[in-house]
Design a protein around this ligand. Structure first.
Ligand SMILES: *[C@@H]1O[C@H](CO)[C@@H](O)[C@H](O)[C@H]1NC(C)=O
Ligand SMILES: *[C@@H]1O[C@H](CO)[C@@H](O)[C@H](O)[C@H]1NC(C)=O
Ligand SMILES: *[C@@H]1O[C@H](CO)[C@@H](O)[C@H](O)[C@H]1NC(C)=O
Ligand SMILES: *[C@@H]1O[C@H](CO)[C@@H](O)[C@H](O)[C@H]1NC(C)=O
Ligand SMILES: *[C@@H]1O[C@H](CO)[C@@H](O)[C@H](O)[C@H]1NC(C)=O
Ligand SMILES: *[C@@H]1O[C@H](CO)[C@@H](O)[C@H](O)[C@H]1NC(C)=O
Ligand SMILES: *[C@@H]1O[C@H](CO)[C@@H](O)[C@H](O)[C@H]1NC(C)=O
Ligand SMILES: *[C@@H]1O[C@H](CO)[C@@H](O)[C@H](O)[C@H]1NC(C)=O
Ligand SMILES: *[C@@H]1O[C@H](CO)[C@@H](O)[C@H](O)[C@H]1NC(C)=O
Ligand SMILES: *[C@@H]1O[C@H](CO)[C@@H](O)[C@H](O)[C@H]1NC(C)=O
Ligand SMILES: *[C@@H]1O[C@H](CO)[C@@H](O)[C@H](O)[C@H]1NC(C)=O
Length: 468
């Protein structure tokens, strides 16, 4: 096992008391294993490394999570069944006479539920397996990276604890299927899940990626019995994904739903060491739904037709980027694969960059831009300059650590600024503006509010949960 490149002292991070929305929940990630093992990271990433360790500590303090945490059971009455309700179905009780006297259970079973794309049902997270899974996947992902960055085994122990509680522990495990994900409520509801619910577990790519890193690190906490038990769970789950009506329905979806389903299947197959199956999954994606996802000018028509085009373009692009990164892990180089119209993921992100976000969170596109720059290169510096203009703190964002190489635009975000956000007020920029106007609100407030600090991509953390 290789030595850690550097052991940083993170005593400084305890000065801050980060709050929930500060840490980015990346919708889907798959990290180069060798990069995490390397340890010889560019010093420009040191603040991003601190962000990761802070995020690891914050998420660790919230867990563990399990499907047992919810108050209401799935229709099966099996407490080990994952349950979520379809987010964009809103109750309309005009079909029942005395609306005001209805109990919640009566509303859920007797009223009419009307589909309104992009509008969240206000009570949908009363059952929060979706949010809890996402938090678990973030905790696993960040704590794995924090283990690599610091060498402190307590982070690896946290990962093992959380994986055990969610997936494996006899008292708390989740059944390896999504038979009751995104159930449509109401008098004419679906009773069982809908295929859209497969999206709820988009965070599996982060969990699979983390397990590959722990395994390759030969982390003592990741024992062979744990590896076998988790692999057995994933074998059952990927079998469900690829053979059940709901799994097949999601894989047949032509838009981001399909992309995220292929993400899960390929990441799990790669984690299981079944590289022939993973490669076949990638082929099926690139020769299938991918072909119609990006048109010649780079737009993603299946996403831009939706209610929140900026969000959905960034969202599907993130899933496409993850597929390419899984390809890298498998020794393929799929990034230049073109769609029927001759476009690729770079074309798609280039198209999305100049478009105003409207009511959507602008920062959702930033990790996509960083990923494109790190893979395709940034010879003219246009990606780095764009990021600097939108987010003067981008070298402090967690993804700046793994989307490398990527220039830092001369933005020397220092530890002092991290500690004293009321201090100098700006990071020093050489060559590009550090005061971009249309940046995310969190970053602009960062200097005024110590608890907000450098961690700002709130919209990803909040908006990404359970979107369909
Ligand atoms: C990762 O590193 C190992 C050991 O140096 C090497 O055998 C393997 O090919 C590398 N994998 C990739 C994808 O670079
Ligand atoms: C969720 O469930 C796990 C496992 O039973 C438990 O350890 C944890 O305390 C629960 N969390 C909450 C908020 O109830
Ligand atoms: C679940 O429990 C409820 C309430 O006890 C019952 O009405 C229902 O039939 C049960 N469903 C199944 C599938 O057992
Ligand atoms: C509820 O449904 C009724 C009957 O279709 C309709 O008239 C009413 O506008 C709906 N209410 C809302 C808030 O959508
Ligand atoms: C409607 O109101 C009546 C009288 O108060 C009550 O008995 C009944 O349970 C109510 N029905 C619903 C669906 O709330
Ligand atoms: C539910 O479906 C039944 C049968 O199709 C239909 O008669 C009824 O109007 C529907 N109810 C509502 C509230 O849409
Ligand atoms: C759902 O879970 C997430 C992660 O644990 C949490 O941040 C969020 O506040 C929860 N939502 C509700 C409505 O409880
Ligand atoms: C797991 O729980 C079930 C039901 O509570 C019990 O019958 C079984 O013996 C337990 N298995 C283990 C390995 O503890
Ligand atoms: C790999 O995946 C394929 C397709 O799901 C499956 O048929 C095969 O049994 C798997 N191989 C191993 C070694 O698990
Ligand atoms: C991908 O396309 C770029 C730009 O056309 C080219 O420079 C690069 O060599 C291609 N890479 C592969 C692996 O084909
Ligand atoms: C490290 O990052 C800086 C800032 O982006 C860059 O100028 C430098 O070339 C990088 N060093 C290496 C060895 O890649």
């Amino acid at each position: 096992m290789r030595a850690f490149g550097r052991l940083l002292t993170f005593g400084l991070v305890t000065v801050a008391s980060p709050t929930a929305a500060q840490f980015t929940s990346y919708i889907s990630e798959f990290i180069r294993v060798n990069y995490t093992l390397d340890g010889n990271w560019n010093s420009s990433t040191s603040v991003a490394q601190e962000t990761i360790v802070n995020a690891a500590q914050w998420f660790a303090a919230q867990g563990p999570w399990s499907v047992m945490n919810k108050t209401y059971l799935a229709p099966s009455n099996d407490s080990h069944d994952y349950l979520s309700w379809a987010p964009y179905y809103i109750a309309n009780c005009s079909n029942v006479q005395n609306t005001t006297e209805l109990t919640p259970q009566q509303i859920w079973t007797e009223c009419d539920y009307v589909n309104e794309d992009g509008v969240f049902s206000p009570d949908v997270r009363l059952v929060n397996d979706t949010g809890n899974f996402q938090a678990m996947s973030d905790a696993v992902f960040y704590n794995t990276l924090a283990y690599r960055i610091t060498g402190d085994v307590s982070y690896a122990n946290t990962v093992v604890w959380f994986i055990d509680i969610w997936f494996l522990n006899n008292a708390t495990y989740m059944n390896p299927n999504l038979d009751y994900a995104q159930v449509v409520r109401g008098v004419n509801g679906s009773h069982g899940g809908t295929h859209y619910g497969v999206l709820d577990l988009h965070g599996m790519t982060k969990v699979a990626s983390a397990v590959l890193v722990l395994r390759a690190s030969q982390a003592a906490a990741w024992t062979s019995s744990l590896d076998q038990a988790f692999s057995a769970w994933c074998t059952e789950y990927v079998n469900w994904l690829t053979t059940s009506t709901l799994g097949l329905g999601e894989l047949a979806s032509t838009n981001n739903h399909g992309t995220f389903a292929f993400n899960q299947v390929a990441a799990i197959q790669a984690m299981l060491g079944n590289s022939s199956a993973a490669k076949a999954t990638l082929n099926q994606y690139f020769n299938g739904i991918y072909q119609n996802q990006i048109i010649a000018n780079g737009d993603q028509p299946l996403e831009s037709a939706r209610t929140r085009p900026y969000h959905y373009r960034a969202y599907n692009a993130a899933a496409v980027i993850t597929i390419h990164r899984i390809g890298d892990y498998l020794g393929l180089n799929t990034w230049n694969t073109t769609t029927a119209a001759g476009a690729n993921i770079q074309t798609a992100v280039d198209f999305a960059m100049p478009i105003a976000p409207g009511a959507d969170a602008p920062d959702e596109l930033y990790p996509d831009v960083a990923a494109i720059a790190s893979h395709f290169g940034d010879p003219t510096g246009k990606y780095a300059a764009w990021l600097a203009q939108k987010d003067p703190l981008y070298p402090a964002e967690a993804n700046f650590f793994w989307s490398q190489p990527l220039g830092d635009s001369g933005l020397k975000v220092t530890e002092e600024q991290l500690l004293n956000p009321n201090g100098t007020g700006t990071s020093t920029a050489s060559g590009s503006s550090a005061t971009g106007g249309s940046t995310k609100s969190g970053a602009m407030q960062a200097w005024a509010t110590p608890s907000v600090m450098l961690f700002s991509m709130t919209a990803l953390a909040l908006g990404a949960v359970g979107l369909i």
